[in-house]
Design a protein around this ligand. Structure first.
Ligand code: SF4
Ligand code: SF4
Length: 314
């Protein structure tokens, strides 16, 4: 077993927070095999209005945030989602919605696509393959067809083609391997989705599956946990380090605690450790003084061309 910190030769140097990632909870209409959040329809953990208020106050207090990245679960199912979007947009911040696509067809979400378009929300949507059987195998039966319909709906509003409504797709490998080179795969995705379904999008983001939660259990069951971890460690790439997302990101959990990234959040590695910091308490100065909490899971971010919520790092 390798030690990530040892491999790095020390800790990571934090920069001012430019990205505020808000995980509004674990409620989701899907239960994907690789989900690092363990999200699903029966999860009850949900951000409430006072924590959402505190997130908005934090944006004003820090004054360095440029992007608000809202994730979940299916973040759109949270009652505070639209208020967070509106608050960020009224401050001229970029807003990302990590969208699973099928949520657009959930009861009560009939106007969701219009809301996203009106607010020029950048949609980063999960579609791990252009083949139905692979998507349904990873994300559930019928998910591929519903995802295609959702993409067509977003396209009809200008997403993925007009240069204003940005639509990116997220690819993650269906098994224990590193993602392939992004630009070649993006060309294939664009060709296949356009010719088979008339779907267009802007960029394909490739991410590495992290050894956390449901994917970790999946590897354990298939006896591939150690070999996958070894693969990540053998492919450690120091060139990814300056671009790691934890260097300029703040991640807030549904219950108002602060983390370096969504992965540390899922592992309950709270900033402040024994005296965990809450979103109400954080100042820009205090944030810069806190060490990034790393662990063996971080090899998932530094393998090959690297991985982050925004895709490859080098
Ligand atoms: S991967 Fe995304 S869509 Fe799938 S269960 Fe997890 S949060 Fe929901
Ligand atoms: S999991 Fe990745 S983003 Fe999170 S602390 Fe480790 S290296 Fe940074």
């Amino acid at each position: 077993m390798s030690d990530f910190r040892g491999k790095m030769g020390g800790g990571l140097q934090r920069r001012p927070a430019e990205v505020l990632q808000i995980n509004v909870g674990k409620l989701c209409n899907q239960t994907c095999v690789h989900c690092h959040v363990d999200a699903g329809p029966h999860r009850v953990e949900q951000m409430g209005s006072s924590t959402a208020d505190s997130c908005i106050a934090l944006i004003d207090r820090l004054d360095t945030i440029q992007t608000v990245d809202i994730t979940g679960g299916a973040p759109e199912l949270n009652g505070e989602f639209r208020r967070l979007v509106s608050a960020a947009r009224s401050r001229s911040l970029e807003v990302i919605d990590r969208c699973n696509l099928t949520v657009l067809q959930e009861p009560g979400q009939e106007d969701l696509a219009d809301f996203l378009a009106e607010n020029q929300v950048w949609v980063i949507a999960s579609l791990p393959c252009y083949l139905e059987e692979n998507v349904d195998g990873q994300r559930g039966k019928g998910v591929f067809q519903r995802s295609i319909e959702a993409l067509q709906q977003l396209n009809s509003l200008g997403y993925g083609s007009d240069g204003v409504h940005r639509l990116d797709l997220v690819y993650n490998p269906t098994g224990p391997m590193l993602p392939p080179e992004a630009s070649g795969l993006e060309r294939t995705f664009k060709k296949q989705l356009a010719s088979n379904y008339g779907v267009t999008f802007d960029t394909l983001i490739t991410i590495t599956n992290m050894v956390i939660n449901r994917f970790e259990s999946f590897l354990r069951r298939s006896g591939e946990l150690e070999s996958y971890q070894q693969l990540l460690e053998e492919n450690f790439n120091p060139a990814t380090i300056p671009n790691l997302m934890c260097l300029n990101t703040l991640s807030i959990s549904w219950d108002g605690f602060i983390y370096d990234c969504d992965f540390n959040q899922m592992l309950d590695l709270k900033l402040g450790r024994e005296e965990p910091l809450r979103v109400e308490d954080l100042t820009a100065e205090a944030f810069l003084d806190l060490e990034v909490i790393t662990g063996r899971h971080c090899f998932g971010c530094t393998a090959g061309t690297g991985s982050s919520c925004g895709g490859a790092l080098v």
